[in-house]
Design a protein around this ligand. Structure first.
Ligand SMILES: *[C@@H]1O[C@H](CO)[C@@H](O)[C@H](O)[C@H]1NC(C)=O
Ligand SMILES: *[C@@H]1O[C@H](CO)[C@@H](O)[C@H](O)[C@H]1NC(C)=O
Ligand SMILES: *[C@@H]1O[C@H](CO)[C@@H](O)[C@H](O)[C@H]1NC(C)=O
Ligand SMILES: *[C@@H]1O[C@H](CO)[C@@H](O)[C@H](O)[C@H]1NC(C)=O
Ligand SMILES: *[C@@H]1O[C@H](CO)[C@@H](O)[C@H](O)[C@H]1NC(C)=O
Ligand SMILES: *[C@@H]1O[C@H](CO)[C@@H](O)[C@H](O)[C@H]1NC(C)=O
Ligand SMILES: CC(=O)N[C@H]1CO[C@H](CO)[C@@H](O)[C@@H]1O
Length: 244
């Protein structure tokens, strides 16, 4: 019982005094709202004033008394009940560090968020560069492009592997990302970032069936019956019909 009470009091102490050490990353779709909550147990003393700040320098809201600073009027709302901050209609320029600071006898950090505002990704375009069928196994090389990124892959009916190392253009950042894979009998190119994705797909059967038809056609032409034999048969059948 004593140990339980002991750990509980430690926990409460931690809750009360611990500051968020690392910022929490939050990805937001452009135009959406986001609510940021305080990350520790906040109890304001008489002398305390709570500020939500942007990039450590710009004040967004404060309490008490409750106020929204000029740049954020109409776009930010402070909730007195739980000290949360509602940011509305976020745009790219709103990406950055948001933290909540309680200023009293000293400053205490009670929330730290790194907000990244992203737009929806452009739909990718998947094109077939070449195809070959070896022993009935379809092997297709495809290229997937979107905006300024592109990925070349070699695929069969079960898997795709990237050709030529890293996707070009993607080395500068991990987002947006183009990935090419096989699922449900289709080659899928998925262009995604943290808030959205779009895909283009091509059915493998369709790519390879066309090839198979090509093979059948070629077979008939090159290995089919030589002309003279066909003529002999026609003459023979003709004679039989006439009754010779
Ligand atoms: C804080 O209060 C706002 C407004 O009342 C509410 O929408 C939000 O869900 C609350 N957040 C938490 C964590 O309770
Ligand atoms: C598929 O074709 C490409 C290009 O012709 C080739 O580089 C690759 O090795 C082939 N893959 C398989 C599994 O045959
Ligand atoms: C597809 O390719 C992979 C690797 O290139 C290979 O291990 C696998 O056997 C191939 N599958 C088929 C059905 O050809
Ligand atoms: C794509 O182009 C845009 C602007 O044209 C640039 O900001 C972005 O960094 C580029 N992305 C990559 C992955 O090169
Ligand atoms: C595309 O990628 C995103 C993010 O990884 C994922 O959530 C989504 O389900 C994928 N879409 C398809 C069609 O695989
Ligand atoms: C497969 O390759 C052949 C030529 O090798 C081409 O004529 C055909 O259009 C290709 N099929 C597709 C779906 O790209
Ligand atoms: C453009 C395109 O192919 N979109 C497809 C993306 O994936 C979903 C689910 O697999 C399909 O329903 C879409 O048609």
């Amino acid at each position: 019982m004593a140990t339980v009470r002991f750990t509980l009091s430690i926990l409460l102490t931690l809750l009360h005094h611990s500051e968020p050490s690392a910022e929490t990353s939050v990805f937001v779709l452009k135009g959406q709202d986001v609510r940021l909550n305080v990350q520790t147990n906040v109890q304001l003393q008489d002398v305390d004033v709570l500020f939500w700040k942007f990039n450590r320098l710009d004040n967004v809201v404060k309490y008490p008394p409750k106020g929204t600073f000029e740049r954020y009027r109409g776009r930010a709302e402070f909730s007195v009940g739980n000290f949360s901050l509602l940011l509305k209609n976020l745009q790219e320029g709103d990406s950055g560090l948001y933290d909540a600071v309680v200023s009293g006898n000293n400053d205490r950090n009670v929330a730290k968020y790194l907000i990244k505002v992203q737009s929806t990704v452009e739909p990718p375009v998947l094109t077939v560069d070449s195809n070959s069928t070896i022993n009935g196994n379809c092997n297709v090389t495809v290229a997937c492009r979107s905006q300024n990124i592109s990925v070349d892959s070699s695929c069969n009916s079960s898997t795709c592997s990237q050709v030529g190392g890293e996707s070009r253009g993607a080395e500068t950042s991990t987002v947006p990302l183009l990935s090419v894979y096989v699922a449900g009998g289709s080659i899928i190119c998925n262009h995604s970032n943290q808030v959205s994705w779009a895909n283009d797909t091509k059915e493998i059967k369709t790519i390879c069936q066309e090839k198979e038809r090509d093979i059948d056609h070629n077979y008939a032409v090159t290995v089919g019956m030589p002309g003279p034999i066909i003529h002999v048969i026609i003459i023979f059948v003709g004679c039989a019909l006439i009754g010779w």
